[in-house]
Design a protein around this ligand. Structure first.
Ligand code: GLU
Length: 390
């Protein structure tokens, strides 16, 4: 199945791409220091900006998840000790994150691109309200052509509430923004059939790049091994675990070498690069399943025939003008059922308004809602991507 046309088929309709950049991809050895202190490599950030620019010019939307705060902070402080205490790591992250963003900003600006910093901790992605806030913010940034750059808020995230590694963060972000592809840039070409640092495996064969993984079995996890570096978190193991998450949400995921940045564009042409993880689930099925079956509905919204038709036949979002009646008490981000005029349930979705606000704006045109609710205004009552027809 693994050839350009199969990849093209999997990536059909590709618009939004999340790219995860590991610390090792944007690091280089610090000159004049005899041991392994790394520093941020501005030249690589420049190359990334040029690649992202080409993707944008080709009509894609790009979200970056970038590690490197701790690495860049260490580099600024010249800390040589291989292991850091938690406060030291957090201090490095505080120094490194602002520096990292400064360099991203500077280098992307040269390509005429604006960037925005998004820092998450575990609570942000576990709480529906914050989750939806983050999602709306990122959608707004993208609609203005801005490149969101996500990292974990390492300075405040202690171990118990840590997402932990940026591969997982990238997977969660890809689901959050409904991307159609996650690309994880690594320091090797992808997943290998045996340890790629050894020329010959125990069975006498050389390690070979696995171009396609259809399901993450224990054998695949074993091949991924564990990370050996003090400077990066994760390694191949967390990348494969991340792919497990994304493919269960219907998002194809590619692990490829971040040193071959030009390949980023080639991926969008369906070229056979890195390891592609894809289980063949239809792109929205798992997410629909999650909205419809995992979340508990907190209320009901009855809508008029025109709105139902727009949703049903034209794939539109629900707007305030079509809302007739609100039942139950719900908050922004809760799951609610949609009823047609006769009271029959036909859809479920994540609502952008509390029941109180929605009661105030039901039946109103979007422009009137904007002036009634000011900063609590959202274009849609339920965005199409958050809506599942039953
Ligand atoms: N958030 C960490 C940093 O920016 C990196 C974590 C990771 O590499 O997975 O340094």
């Amino acid at each position: 199945m693994e050839n350009a046309s199969a990849r093209k088929e999997i990536l059909k309709g590709l618009k939004r791409i999340v790219i995860k950049i590991g610390s090792s991809v944007i690091a280089r050895q610090k000159p004049k220091l005899d041991d392994s202190v790394l520093e941020l490599d501005e030249g690589t950030v420049s190359k990334i900006s040029a690649c992202v620019k080409r993707l944008i010019d080709n009509g894609y939307e790009v979200v970056l998840v970038s590690s490197g705060a701790v690495m860049a902070g260490r580099g600024r402080l010249d800390i040589k000790a291989p292991r850091l205490s938690i406060p030291e790591k957090q201090a490095c992250a505080a120094i490194g994150q602002s520096y990292l963003m400064r360099i991203y900003e500077k280098r992307f600006e040269k390509e005429g691109l604006k960037v925005a910093q998004i820092l998450f901790d575990h609570h942000d992605l576990g709480d529906r309200k914050r989750y939806l806030n983050a999602k709306n913010t990122i959608n707004t940034l993208l609609s203005h052509g801005v490149i969101p750059i996500i990292n974990e808020n390492d300075t405040v995230s202690v171990d118990e509430i840590k997402i932990g590694d940026n591969d997982t963060l990238a997977a969660l972000s890809a689901c959050l923004v409904d991307s159609q592809l996650l690309i994880i840039l690594s320091d090797i070409d992808g997943l290998y059939s045996s340890d790629p640092t050894k020329k010959i495996a125990k069975n006498g064969t050389p390690p070979e790049l696995i171009p396609f993984v259809g399901s993450i079995t224990n054998k695949i996890l074993q091949l991924a091994g564990k990370s050996g570096s003090h400077y990066t978190v994760g390694g191949m193991y967390t990348k494969v675990l991340a792919a497990k998450k994304t493919i269960s949400f219907g998002i194809p995921t590619i692990i490829m070498n971040g040193k071959n940045l030009n390949s980023l564009e080639k991926i969008t042409f369906g070229e056979d690069i890195g390891t592609l993880f894809w289980s063949g689930t239809s792109k929205i099925k798992s997410r629909k399943h999650w909205i419809a079956h995992t979340l508990k509905s907190k209320g009901k919204i009855r809508i008029d025939a025109g709105a139902k038709k727009a949703i049903f036949s034209r794939g539109k979002s629900l707007l305030s003008a079509g809302v007739v009646e609100i039942q139950g008490n719900f908050e922004f981000g809760n799951a609610v059922n949609l009823l047609d005029e006769s009271g029959k349930e036909f859809a479920v979705g994540l609502v952008n308004y509390s029941s109180r606000d929605l009661d105030k704006i039901k039946g109103l045109k979007t422009s009137a809602v904007r002036s009634a609710l000011h900063e609590r205004f959202y274009e849609e009552v339920i965005h199409r991507n958050d809506l599942v027809l039953l």
